[in-house]
Design a protein around this ligand. Sequence first.
Ligand SMILES: NC(=O)C1=CN([C@@H]2O[C@H](COP(=O)(O)OP(=O)(O)OC[C@H]3O[C@@H](n4cnc5c(N)ncnc54)[C@H](O)[C@@H]3O)[C@@H](O)[C@H]2O)C=CC1
Ligand SMILES: C[N+](C)(C)CC(=O)CC(=O)[O-]
Length: 494
Amino acid sequence: MEQIKQAAVIGGGVIGAGWVARLIENGIQVRIYDPDPTAPHKLAAVLGNSRHAYSKLTMAPRRPEAHFEFTADLASAVQAAEWIVEAVPERLDLKQAIYREIEQAASPRAVIASSTSGILPTDLQAGLQYPERLLVAHPFNPVYLLPLVELVGGQATAAQTVQRALDFYRSLGMHPLHIKKEIEAFIADRLLEAVWRESLWLVRDGIASTQDVDDAIRYGFGLRWAQMGLFETYRIAGGEAGMRHFMEQFGPCLTWPWTKLTEVPEFNDELVDLIAGQSDAQSGHYSIRELERIRDNNLIAILQALKTYDWGAGKALAAYEKAQYDAAALSSLSGITTRLDKSQPIKTVERTVPTDWTDYNNHMNESRYLQVSSEATDAFMRLLGVDAAYVEAGGSYFTVETHLRHLDEVRALEPIVVTTQVLAGSGKKLHLFNRIQHADGRLLATAEHLLIHVSLKNRSSSLPSAAVASKLTEFAHAHAQLPRPDGAGRAIGG
Ligand SMILES: NC(=O)C1=CN([C@@H]2O[C@H](COP(=O)(O)OP(=O)(O)OC[C@H]3O[C@@H](n4cnc5c(N)ncnc54)[C@H](O)[C@@H]3O)[C@@H](O)[C@H]2O)C=CC1
Ligand SMILES: C[N+](C)(C)CC(=O)CC(=O)[O-]
């Protein structure tokens, strides 16, 4: 599959910044062009939130964040780009002018992906020299967390461009929804606009406050929509007889005067003041950044819950995690044959301390030391070949005993490194010693673990495969030459 290494983002506002966050998290270098001098400041705030979000989203090994930079002009941003994200304001003339500039500097193979919320891709393509490489990739805010991206090709978009886009967005952990027939506002915004329009009427007519509308969504059908959408939810609401009964019963209501969907309330100062005033009263005591954090934390919890049940948007997270584990296994395995120095403890974790790992003492909570050490053990297991495929085939290691020593403190966002030393490894047993260090060299903790190889079929101890046993023997022999670590085998107070 094509590996995109260099992207450009044109327009670094709400959506452009969200794209930058998702791209660099996935190891893709980004050059950004935005004439607004405050754009770097706004991007920094979005990255503060996205880094916080990614540190909580998954325990899978993350790629090192890629480099990004602002450029002084558009040409410098797109020259080397393989993927060009356009995220400038929603004006056809502006977007078309930007594409003309892009075409003068970029490779004709580079895909141009417009973030437009509703403009037809065929209109965007008008006047392009290579229109076959343009398509709409419409994301949802926050782009760094929500998996959906609507892909819409125009009349001139090549099938190959759509295929490249499907592969690319999947590799970013997204769920590309290919809309085969172009239509203004695509699918999701048509639905959102309908709900928004109706909500404006309800508030304007004094029937509900903005808070009432939000409560009607978040305490009820919003929860259903987040996991099943509309049609699957209504199928269940039809009882045993399912969708047919639901349609028979509730279909006729659609002709009753329940909604005003076709009319739009007049957008005068009075309406704006009414809505904005109620919105200020509802949530003005939070800053926008605080609201973003609250939103992100809630979204992460929902995504993780859905992942547990392999359902809805949780499927995208599960697939992304698997890809992250596979990528980590590949890089570790290539390390074994090329550059891994087995004569030393192996570096198994390199990360920063997430902001929500700290406690009332304002340092990393004791439980997280075990979590980090467990990440290190998992990474070492992958080095042995105990990866997702091995586990799926029925083999794994279970930890049966742990001894942790807490030696120094570490605070949020500080860099930590873990090294793993094999104390013994033969037969069913694997005895590891992990050193958790600050990147400045301070030893923060040691964790000693005894693991037993198990068969996941009958969940009892078993011998590892010959390939795993052989790799383990190599490490065990090499590490047997190392001095026994200080603290190994120690009991409390010993
Ligand atoms: N805000 C939202 O909820 C969503 C917006 N979109 C779409 O994303 C696109 C961007 O929208 P937002 O990020 O919300 O707007 P925004 O106003 O937050 O950001 C637009 C950015 O483009 C920059 N810009 C203006 N002229 C430029 C030029 N000639 N070259 C480079 N940069 C330029 C502006 O300085 C600004 O930073 C629009 O097409 C919008 O429909 C898509 C999904 C959701
Ligand atoms: C309001 N909006 C039309 C720009 C919204 C979107 O396009 C998608 C979203 O994030 O809701």
